[in-house]
Design a protein around this ligand. Structure first.
Ligand code: FAD
Length: 808
């Protein structure tokens, strides 16, 4: 039998190797248009980053070695230019000599792969616009990087784009990553991609999301990219990684059946519409068995398996390919992101019913160093059938996704996951592995033992109950939620409404579930927030910080006041959240202002919790790092640390509170100008207006409101609104004030109403003291819109969390 194989990398080489084992007497020839066969295309990005140091390591196999091992001839730099399916013959062009010749076949296998898409953008043909697909591609990119370029742009936030971006950063290149969609890595749903986006930003990548490239410019030798929003970014290299298209030209010209998205149609035996022609790898359309629909899923694992199955069938077997479920994983700096099966976006688009759950377990026993949270999202059916899963984390992502892929492939249900007996010792997992947990939670949902609510289903006005410990809440909570720690719930039932749905949550969902069960027994209407606060943060992110850098204060002028005493030490290893925080609090309570505490914890969550807790409690993180699987922190009691020389940390709460007591024009102006100043520094600024200060908030033309006689008189005697205020000095029957307004106008200084508007635009919160309003007979309708009414307790709570508090 004579078998010809077109394409000599993943699918082709794998098919050839299998064929040689099946029939050593067969004549098998592989044609590869490139210079190299069977090279490690998946390793290319890491060669750019010099993680893979030797170029030769990428060349997994040479034609000579392959011939020696298998007897198969691999002809490189030979491009197959035509398939004559009627005559069972192909035409080949020798790329070096230009000679064209023919070969006949009994069976032909097309493994021509795919090629990177080049979008038709003006300027895309510039020599510094490159793609990464082959060895010559990587040589070109590496040469540019080795030449010492400072800036590069990667277009496309899929696997390859992310890997290239990471490796360019490893080489010290400043990277902008441009993605037309709102999120990177479209195999993940948005809330899961966000975790990666924070990691990319933390690692210094300039992320441009939902912002495509419209033009590539070369002006006076300088290269730049213009984005949809008009931004222009200068660069020295552009790597395009916006997707792939199947290399289907031979198949199209041979008249083979082609799918809607360009993939060669094959049957379950990987046979094309011509019985003598098989196809495998990126070039074929596969079936996604979960959706029972055709799909293009270009991955190395499926290509290799398909190559092997095609070879089996060419030599007479009847092996079936069971479809591709898209199991994939990608390293994004310190994070790993993996998925299998369709994501929620796809399921919604095809109108499929599904249930989902989020869990955030520790990758292994959290008392053993190196444990990290795993963000897991699992999608399943009411029947228990698993449809898909997504996992992002720093440890143990690969084995969990592979377990879920195996479960999907073998038709296991979520209940089967609960029963899996998995290898356990503290460095590797937990006695109840995250995969078991997925099973427990999903089973509970199906049985109705828990009624979950997903973070994206919360509505304004929901009654939220946080059952975390008080100190945990200082590390962050959902605004407006009530906090009753789980252990205190029984004694505080009177604080919970019987006539309203209660949404209970904890940090990751487990204590929330316990509270949910207990409250339901007490006849409360209750749901548990799936994945707890940590998952809610993914949907409501002003950044779930995955890797915040801190550094010791170095600059004397702006440093933590030096403390000559050696820091006290706290070993919080083995404690799980909130244990380390509780211990830190208890030790700091006994320390004096300025004293330092060195903490070591094995709970990975402590890394994110500590800065938030210190910010809430006015303590200072001097240094925070992860090493040897432990979180190590140096904390200083008190708030003396401001920004460090390298801008690493400010423990001083970025909040400023102003009490505006006066209704003098000059004082109100000063208050607004100061508020705007602090707002520009990124502070949350609140102005609490009380007594005469309330007049600043009054409308020029308030609606008619009912008032008693005293209130009416008060109202008439006091200035109505910002335009009517008078100077505290030199008012001179109005002349001084008019002069001042004139001077301000001439000097282009905004008037008070404009400054109030500006302050509000910058997020400055205006609050009116309810008690003073009562006394002075001012009603809410008379005040500017969206002024918050607040009591002294609100003010005190604000002031307590505030940096500067000013009284004007
Ligand atoms: P290929 O391996 O691309 O081989 C096709 C070959 O056919 C090519 O060498 C081509 O030159 C040759 N050819 C095409 N037309 C002709 C012709 N007319 N005549 C002769 N020869 C021809 N997948 C993963 O699963 N995980 C990863 O981490 C991963 N990382 C990747 C990183 C990079 C940078 C790249 C480029 C790909 C990566 N992939 C990854 C994808 C994976 O490499 C492909 O899915 C896989 O190689 C597809 O195998 P294939 O045999 O279909 O095509």
């Amino acid at each position: 039998m004579k078998v010809l194989i077109v394409g000599g990398v993943a699918g082709g080489a794998s098919a050839a190797a299998r064929a040689a084992r099946l029939d050593s007497s067969a004549e098998i020839i592989v044609f590869e248009r490139g210079e190299y066969m069977s090279f490690a295309n998946c390793g290319l990005p890491y060669y750019v980053g010099e993680v893979i140091k030797q170029r030769d390591s990428l060349l997994v196999m040479t034609p000579e070695k392959f011939k020696g091992r298998t007897g198969i001839e691999v002809r490189t730099q030979q491009e197959v230019i035509e398939v004559n399916a009627d005559k069972n013959e192909i035409k080949i062009k020798n790329i070096e000599s230009g000679e064209v010749y023919s070969e006949s076949y009994d069976k032909l296998l097309l493994t021509t792969g795919s090629s990177p898409l080049i979008p038709p953008i003006p300027g895309v043909d510039d020599p510094d616009v490159m793609t990464l697909w082959t060895i010559p591609d990587v040589d070109r990119i590496k040469e540019r990087v080795d030449s010492g370029i400072k800036k590069a742009i990667v277009v496309g936030g899929g696997f390859i784009g992310l890997e290239v971006a990471e490796n360019l950063i490893e080489r010290g290149v400043e990277v902008t990553l441009i993605e037309m969609l709102p999120h990177v890595m479209s195999t993940l749903d948005a809330e899961m991609s966000c975790i990666l986006e924070d990691e990319l930003a933390d690692k210094g990548i300039n992320l441009q999301l939902a912002n495509g490239v419209t033009e590539i410019k070369r002006d006076s030798g300088k290269l730049s990219v213009v984005l949809q929003d008009g931004t222009e970014i200068a660069t020295e290299l552009i790597v395009m990684s916006v997707g792939v298209r199947p290399n289907n030209e031979l198949a199209v010209n041979a008249g083979l059946d082609i799918g809607d998205r360009g993939g060669i149609k094959v049957n379950a035996n990987l046979q094309t519409s011509n019985a003598d022609i098989y196809a495998a790898g990126d070039v074929i359309e596969v079936t996604n068995p979960i959706l029972n629909a055709p799909a293009m899923i270009p991955l190395a694992g499926p290509a290799n398996r398909q190559g092997r199955i095609a070879a089996d069938n060419i030599f007479g077997a009847k092996e079936t390919y069971k479809g591709t479920i898209g199991t994939s994983i990608c390293k994004v700096f310190d994070l790993d992101a993996a998925s299998v099966g369709p994501n929620e976006t796809t399921l919604k688009a095809v109108g499929r019913d599904y249930l989902k759950t989020y869990i955030v377990p520790a990758s292994h026993a959290s008392y053993y160093p190196g444990s990290e949270p795993l963000f897991m999202k699992v999608i399943f059916e009411k029947s228990g059938k698993i449809l898909g899963a997504q996992i992002v984390g720093r440890d143990g992502v690969d084995k969990r996704i592979d377990l879920l892929a195996t479960a999907i492939r073998t038709g296991m249900t979520v209940s089967d996951l609960a029963e899996l007996e998995l290898a356990y010792a503290p460095p590797f997992g937990s006695a109840k592995d995250p995969i078991n947990y997925v099973g427990f939670v999903a089973e509970n949902i199906i049985k109705g033992d828990t009624v979950p609510i997903n973070p994206d289903e919360l509505k304004e006005g929901d009654f939220l109950l946080n059952v975390c410990e008080y100190d945990e809440v200082l590390c962050g909570t959902i605004t407006g939620s009530l906090n009753i720690p789980l252990g205190e719930l029984r004694d505080n039932l009177d604080k919970l409404p019987k006539d309203k749905e209660i949404i209970v949550f904890c940090k990751v969902g487990l204590r929330g579930y316990l509270a949910e069960r207990y409250l339901r027994e007490q006849n409360y209407n209750v749901k548990n927030l799936s994945g707890g606060y940590m998952t809610w943060k993914l949907f409501n992110r002003d950044g779930i910080k995955t890797n915040v850098k801190y550094a010791a204060c170095e600059n004397e002028a702006s440093s933590v006041s030096s403390n000559s005493d050696a820091p006290l030490e706290l070993d919080a290893c083995g404690l799980q959240c909130p244990g380390p925080i509780v211990q830190v609090k208890s030790r700091l309570d006994d320390m004096t202002e300025g004293q330092e505490l060195k903490v070591t914890a094995s709970d990975a969550g402590f890394y994110n919790d500590l800065p938030a807790w210190c910010e809430s409690t006015g303590n200072t993180v001097v240094n925070l790092e992860k090493s040897d699987g432990l979180v190590k922190a140096l904390i200083q009691k008190g708030t003396s640390c401001t920004t460090t020389a390298n801008g690493a940390m400010t423990a001083m709460p970025k909040r400023t509170t102003i009490v505006l007591f006066s209704n003098d024009l000059d004082k109100a102006l000063a208050a607004m100008i100061i508020a705007i100043g602090f707002a520009t520094l990124g502070h949350e600024v609140s102005i609490f207006c009380t007594f005469w200060g309330l007049n600043v908030l009054r409308k020029d033309h308030p609606p008619k409101v009912k008032k008693d006689i005293v209130s009416k008189m008060f109202g008439m005697m006091m200035p109505r609104g910002a335009k009517k205020l008078a100077l505290s000095k030199m008012h001179m029957m109005g002349m001084g004030t008019a002069m001042m307004k004139n001077v301000m106008k001439n000097k282009n200084i905004d008037d008070l109403p404009t400054l109030i508007g500006q302050a509000r635009l910058m997020g400055v919160k205006l609050m009116a003291c309810e008690m003073a309003m009562n006394m002075m007979g001012i009603q809410e309708a008379e005040l500017l819109d969206n002024v918050e009414l607040a009591g002294v307790a609100n003010f005190a709570a604000l002031a307590e969390k505030s940096g500067p508090v000013m009284f004007i």
